[in-house]
Design a protein around this ligand. Structure first.
Ligand SMILES: Cc1ncc(COP(=O)(O)O)c(C=O)c1O
Length: 442
């Protein structure tokens, strides 16, 4: 491969990097210059296997020909189209194709540009929906401890990751949180959904008693919580949450920013679990990470509540300059084609048991206190060093990188979420590398 390696910039100070220890990084930068298939190429020409699909977004792998071509063609044909009051055919085509992948009633897509915007949009729609129906007193939003719904104010407020919240004041008012289901002792080393913890869903009844259900607009959860370190829903938990929300007229929002687009061995987790939320957030892999994009899907009853009043009036005062950006739509349509042609939506089902065995083969290595897996998601939890949480996982991240494998860590949890084009030989490499790494960390 002929890759032009750009020179390392002299000054790394101007770029303030997100979710990165800037000073440490800039002393010892890691730079990628190219990507193809399962691999990145670094600026010194070495290959790094992508064990996390970029950031859980390049589900079809890198530099996929259909997607590259679709974006190239689109930029030549029409680079931008106003999002408000004007349409273009790819936006409608994409909405139809995406809703075709979802259960019966999730028939409407509102396009956004990221997971954070998708969550923000869902929360705003939920509150406005109740107002449209004459229940403007339902304004309270319920999230979950350890939840992650992006970094904007609404998503941050319903989210439950302390470090993401503590610096930013009092956030949004009227928010409360369900207890998380992480760390249930009896669930350690579960394969798939853990057996224990269904009763944690009843925490919603506690919050209904405290606030009265008539004040609650929506509950938002990730069906599988990714960013907090991969927390699988206990058996029966999601079903029970659906029952309780229905009983009290509370909208259920599923944040599928990570679980959408084949990660769970089905197009979306809603199909895998057989549960239909009222609103579903997606982003990341929707356009394979190539162009920023997201979509918030709503059921008919939610959409219909807005489609009232004078026909000439705007129904929802919300949207973004780049909603349904033509290049993002072109990338997303080509992503769907790639998934369909290559069977990527169900690849996680085919590889499930091989992946599961590989992830769990790390059991017994030093400091490993839990291992979890579902679809093409895996997590290894390390015992934290007292007073130095994150140290072990960070060391594992750096050592894996040196050995040519990109992983992701949160606290002392290591997460794996490879592109769905992964082959068994790649899985072998990933976990042989991790075995070597885990044997050598302090
Ligand atoms: C479940 C979930 N929601 C929202 C987001 C935020 O997405 P973005 O970084 O595209 O804003 C993420 C990102 O990891 C996520 O995992």
């Amino acid at each position: 491969m002929n890759i032009h390696t750009p020179p390392m910039p002299n000054d790394l100070e101007a770029y303030w990097m997100p979710f990165t220890p800037n000073r440490a990084f800039k002393k010892n930068p890691r730079m990628f210059v190219a990507a193809e298939g399962m691999y990145y190429t670094t600026d010194n020409g070495s290959k790094v296997m992508d064990g996390i699909a970029g950031l859980w977004c390049c589900n079809a792998g890198h530099k996929r020909p259909r997607i590259v071509k679709a974006v190239q063609q689109q930029v030549e044909q029409m680079d931008y189209c106003p999002a408000f009051q004007i349409g273009h055919s790819k936006a409608f085509e994409l909405a139809n194709r995406l809703t075709g992948l979802l259960p019966d009633n999730l028939n409407h897509a509102f396009f956004v540009n990221s997971g954070s915007e998708s969550a923000e949009t869902a929360l705003k729609i939920a509150i406005a929906y109740h107002r449209c129906r004459g229940e403007g007193h339902r304004t309270r939003l319920i999230g979950r401890e350890k939840g992650y719904h992006g970094v904007n104010f609404g998503g941050m407020a319903v989210g439950g990751m302390t470090a993401n919240r503590k610096m930013f004041g009092s956030l949004v008012s009227g928010v409360d949180h369900l207890r998380h289901t992480h760390g249930i002792e009896a669930n350690r080393f579960s394969k798939g959904q853990p057996e224990h913890g269904v009763e944690f869903a009843d925490d919603l009844e506690r919050l209904c008693e405290l606030h009265d259900p008539s004040t609650i607009a929506a509950v938002i959860v990730e069906p599988v919580a990714a960013s907090a370190g991969v927390i699988m829903p206990p058996k029966g938990y999601l079903e029970r949450l659906r029952e309780i929300t229905k009983k009290h007229g509370i909208l259920l929002i599923w944040d599928e920013v990570v679980t959408g687009f084949g990660r769970m061995g089905k197009p979306f987790a809603t199909e895998y679990f057989g549960i239909e939320p009222d609103i579903l957030c997606s982003a990341k892999a929707i356009a394979n990470g190539v162009i920023p994009m997201g979509a918030t899907f709503v059921q008919d009853h939610v959409y219909d509540a807005f489609m009232q009043g004078p026909e000439g009036a705007i129904e929802l005062f919300h949207g973004y300059t780049y909603s349904a950006n033509p290049m993002a739509c072109a990338a997303a349509l080509a992503t769907l084609d790639t998934h369909e042609e290559e069977g990527l939506f169900t690849r996680g089902t085919e590889l499930w048991s091989y992946w599961e065995d590989a992830v769990h083969s790390l059991k017994g290595l030093p400091h490993v206190v839990d291992i979890r897996n579902m679809g093409l998601i895996g997590a290894v939890e390390l015992e934290s060093i007292p007073g130095a949480v994150t140290k072990r996982a960070t060391e594992a991240f750096l050592k894996a990188y040196e050995k040519g494998l990109l992983i992701r860590t949160t606290g002392d949890i290591i997460a794996f979420s490879p592109p769905l084009i992964i082959e068994k030989s790649h899985i072998d490499f990933m976990f042989e590398t991790m075995r070597d790494v885990l044997k050598t960390i302090d």
